[in-house]
Each structure stands twice: as structure tokens, then as C-alpha cells.
Design a protein around this ligand. Sequence first.
Ligand code: NDP
Length: 265
Amino acid sequence: MLPRFAVIGAPIAHSLSPMIHKAFAHQTQRALTYETIEGHEQTFEQQVCDFFASGGKGLNCTAPFKLRAYAMADVVSEACKKAGAANTLWMQDSQLHADNTDGLGLVRDLARYIQIQEQRILILGSGGATRGIIHPLLHEKPKHITVANRSIKPLEQLHNDIPQINTQLLSSLTGTFDLIINATSAVFSKDNPVFSGQLIEQAAFCYDLAYGYKEPTSFVLHAKNLGCHAIDGFGMLVEQAAESFFLWHHIRPQTPCFTLYEMLL
Ligand code: NDP
């Protein structure tokens, strides 16, 4: 039987992770399987245990399970501990290991476009992905990071865990920012446009962690309409996947060759 890998999340059907990991496997000449697993609110922990009990080698976790994946792990990396959220799991010496490759993935992709140092950063959303990206962004020495969220409780918890950041409620958000990162799982519409032009000066850079399939995401469209430079999170997806691949296979695949268009061909 081929070594088995997977990504678990809800919803998960449209995940591009299987395509990316299979492409990495092809590039590095490894035989493996990589599937999607629809996670269930009630039984997520059992699903993870079952996956490894049945011989699974490595598991990626995505929204909304990253905090629960972290809580399950016996051994966590420094990045994972700082984030309190995990996106990469594997078994070693009968212990569940966890790491978080989201932040590294984002910083690597952003570095293709902008310098993070001295930027005034706004992150929309305070879920597992936000937790994964804050410390790697802080490491790049931005001027400040503000996290805005719809509900207050996760925001307060985040501020408790990472006091270096500012926090605001999404509904009463103010300030001026150079880099705006959408890390919510919301699909935004014209009626619910995420952020207003008052939050930016000319040429702000906007990054959507979500990615579009054959068309830009609504966040990217909205940002471009406001005159910002904007890209979606496909580059980050590839970079965080490459880091997970490295953790599992100890070989780092080449990433710049990937575009979403090529993957969908
Ligand atoms: P979580 O479920 O942990 O968090 C979701 C966040 O979105 C919460 O802050 C939630 O706010 C907010 N939210 C949900 N619906 C709305 C809404 N209608 N209006 C405003 N805010 C809303 O998800 P993750 O943090 O794990 O993932 C967030 C997104 O980032 C997902 O789309 C995921 O696919 C993407 N992602 C992409 C990656 C990539 O490599 N490109 C890597 C990691 C994530 P509240 O607390 O109020 O519920």
C-alpha cells in the first residue's frame, strides 16, 4: 500500500492540496496518496485518531480545526506553540507531532511582492490561520499589526496570547494600513465589502488568504476597485504545502513553477 496523506477540514471538497502534494510527489519521485477528508464538528478528534491508526502518515488540517488539532498534539514545534494552532500532523515514536507552516508560507509568498518591514498591517479575522501568521509577520518587523474580528471572544483570547498586537472589532474598525490581509473564512459580497477605502492610503497591498478558482475572489476584486494592489492566497497555499511536504518527506520541492492555471489544466 502506498503511504497515505490527507487534508481534513469543513468544507474540504474544493481543496487544491491533493493536486499540489501529488505534483510535489511527482517532482521528487515519491509514490503516495493524498486525499480530502470532510471533518465533522462532533468527531474531529476521533477522525484524526482513526486516520493514524489505519496507517496514515501525515495529515494537514484546515478551517475550522486548527486549534483543535493543536490541542490534540503530544509534541508541538515552536511555531505551532506560538500560534496555538496546527496545520500539519504526523506520528513519530507513537506520539502525535504538530507544526504550523501557514506563517512561513505567507511570508515567503509576500516576499515576492513587498517588504513587510515598517508596514502597518491589518489582519481581518482571528481564527486558526491568523494565529499561524502573526509571529512570522512580527519577525519581519512591521510597524504594527492590528487584528480585527467580527466577534469579541476570540479577539480577546488572541490579545491575551499575543499582547504585541492591537485588536479591534470589525464593526467599528478605524486606522490607516499599508497591508491588509483577509484571514476570514467569509465569502464577501458587494453589500458586505469587508473594509472601507478610509482604511487605506494610495497603493495599499491587499492579500486574500482564500484563493479563487477561475476568477478573482470578492476580496481581491473589492481591493482592486479601491485602487489597491491585490492577490489571492494560492502562492501561500503552495508554500505552506511545500513546508508540510518537507516535514513529512525531508525533501523540499521547488515551488515557483506553480500557477493555479497550470494546476487546473
Ligand atoms: P477559522 O474557522 O479558524 O476562522 C474563521 C475566521 O473568519 C474567524 O475569525 C471568523 O470570525 C471569521 N468569519 C467567518 N465568517 C465571517 C463573516 N461572515 N464575516 C466576518 N468574519 C467572518 O478559519 P481559518 O483561520 O483556519 O481560515 C481562514 C481562511 O483562510 C479560510 O478561508 C482558509 O481557507 C484560508 N487559509 C488559506 C491558506 C492558504 O494557504 N492560502 C492557509 C490557511 C487558511 P468569528 O470569530 O467572528 O467567527
